[in-house]
Design a protein around this ligand. Structure first.
Ligand code: AHR
Length: 506
């Protein structure tokens, strides 16, 4: 089959915020301990960080990193994790059914964030925590000197404030699984008071409300949740966070390939709710805009519940090629909605539903590492509204393994495309060929000016859709193809079956 892709640099969607390429670090399984932090390992640096992990994380250009949870944060008391390590208490982590030593906390995380060059994004405990505890954390991290908690930070060896600018008001508070779960009205009241105190402590901070994560089951009412919290928190928040996990439990390749569209559908619904808030004449859009932060997203369906859903090896999902294509589909979807989605955090980073996987001696890069790396390194600037003419398919009912969604998807194009354009005139075209068996040849047309090669081409692919990587065995990866010598108004490219291709040119 043949397809057409039209690139028009005048048809723009919005700035691609660098925070679309963020990740998430939770105290969960071997993410922190045995993942990024392992002071007893011969691979650790002087601060206890695994040097091989640092390198792999740097390769992802992680723009913003969420911490410390996740479900973990809803019973986390940050004071447990600061000060001399020998004085820190060991606590029961009820979220993941392990003991938490608190050897790693706020200051260790900030050391890690500095080493990998990422923006920190903290979530406060609005489950079992109080609004005052949340406020004090902002004082500890952001106030230069004077009040008790700023001075405590200095006593702990950190003279300068950490200046953490992004704070989320709890995590997944709409979920019955959350410690201290609240209904929408009660969450709004608590989050509003926390927000007030946190902003009064440091007016510079940006606040993220915990939007919907619960889409399934009797207690799920995501629209009521999102509409209520947007309405109640509108004067304080800068973002509403949304979460999505998808999976392929039924082993239905084409359903699974369409799953990122569920994220786009939900984005449209919340976009409308934000528009409703914004039509208030008292508001000026520039000052008050509320954006969407997809601050947890990924494929996650194998290691859940009784099989790998808790304990010291929790959520050690091993990813294959089809998962990598779905990840590329999510990233395409974020770019297509770049005017309203200004943050996205792949959950997570190391070992736990993660692009990087370690054992005591080594690490390997999972299949999903490669598309994320290509996007994070190259897809910047302005998102373009791309015209795509490609054959389509319908999925019956998309039912993610995560149990979060059941959505019929119609007219799913085999070629899933996004594009960005930057000030240097560089255009980046991102194409997932969802077809399992067929290569698809596309005419790629420039609607403004001419293409002027050579174009770089990168392809993520592998021997088959179930191929996955392991230690010393990289079956799915990025391959740089021959440059394309393009000049003129169009060129033709053949996208191989089940592949992701990034074309970079001018
Ligand atoms: O990322 C794993 C878990 O998924 C997080 O702790 C929680 O927020 C979500 O349910």
């Amino acid at each position: 089959q043949n397809a057409r892709i039209k690139i028009d640099v005048d048809r723009t969607i919005g700035e691609v915020h660098e925070h679309l390429y963020g990740n998430f670090t939770e105290h969960l399984g071997r993410h922190i301990y045995g993942g990024i932090y392992d002071p007893d390992s011969p691979l650790a640096d002087e601060d206890g960080f695994r040097e091989d992990v640092l390198e792999a994380v740097k390769g992802l250009n992680v723009s913003i990193l969420r911490y410390p949870g996740g479900n973990f944060v809803s019973n986390y008391h940050w004071l447990d994790g600061v000060g001399p390590v020998e004085d820190r208490p060991t606590r029961m982590d009820l979220a993941w059914d392990v003991l938490e030593t608190n050897h790693f906390g706020t200051n260790e995380f900030m050391e890690f964030a500095k080493k990998v060059g990422t923006e920190p994004y903290f979530a406060v405990n609005l489950g079992t925590g109080t609004i005052e505890e949340a406020r004090r954390w902002v004082e500890y991290t952001n106030i230069e000197e004077g009040p008790y908690y700023a001075e405590l930070r200095k006593k702990h060896g950190y003279e300068e404030p950490h200046d953490i600018m992004y704070w989320s008001l709890g995590n997944e508070m709409d979920g019955h699984w959350q410690m201290g779960h609240l209904n929408a009205e009660d969450y709004s009241k608590k989050a509003l008071e926390a927000a007030k105190l946190m902003k009064w402590t440091d007016p510079r901070i940006k606040l993220i409300a915990a939007g919907s994560s619960n889409y399934y089951g009797e207690d799920a009412d995501p629209d009521h949740w999102n509409r209520t919290i947007l309405h109640e928190l509108q004067d304080y928040i800068d973002y509403i966070s949304l979460h999505i996990y998808v999976g392929n439990e039924d082993d239905d390749y084409y359903d699974f390939m369409a799953s990122p569209r569920v994220m786009e559908d939900r984005t449209q619904v919340v976009r409308g709710m934000i528009a409703e808030i914004m039509q208030d004449p008292e508001r000026t859009v520039e000052d008050d805009m509320i954006y969407i932060a997809w601050d947890e997203w990924n494929v996650w369906y194998r290691q859940r519940g009784a099989t790998g859903g808790s304990g010291y090896n929790a959520l050690e999902e091993k990813y294959n090629l089809e998962d990598a294509l779905v990840v590329a589909g999510f990233l395409n979807g974020f770019i297509r909605n770049a005017d309203i989605v200004k943050m996205a955090n792949m959950a997570q980073l190391v070992n736990v539903i993660a692009p990087i996987f370690t054992n005591e001696e080594d690490l390997f890069l999972q299949s999903i590492y490669y598309p994320l790396q290509l996007f994070a390194q190259n897809a910047h600037g302005t998102a373009l509204d791309v015209y795509v003419d490609s054959e389509t398919y319908n999925t019956d009912v998309y039912n993610s393994g995560a149990g979060y969604s059941a959505t019929r998807q119609l007219d799913v194009p085999y070629l899933d495309v996004s594009a960005t354009y930057n000030d240097d005139g560089k255009v980046v075209i991102n194409v997932v060929n969802r077809h399992k068996d067929e290569a698809i040849t596309a005419d790629i047309l420039s609607q403004q000016g001419i293409f002027d090669g050579p174009f770089e081409v990168y392809e993520v692919n592998g021997p088959d859709i179930k191929a996955r990587n392991d230690f010393n065995n990289t079956r799915v990866k990025t391959t740089r193809k021959d440059d394309l010598n393009v000049s003129g108004e169009s060129f033709e490219y053949t996208f191989p079956a089940h592949s992701f291709t990034m074309i970079i040119g001018e």
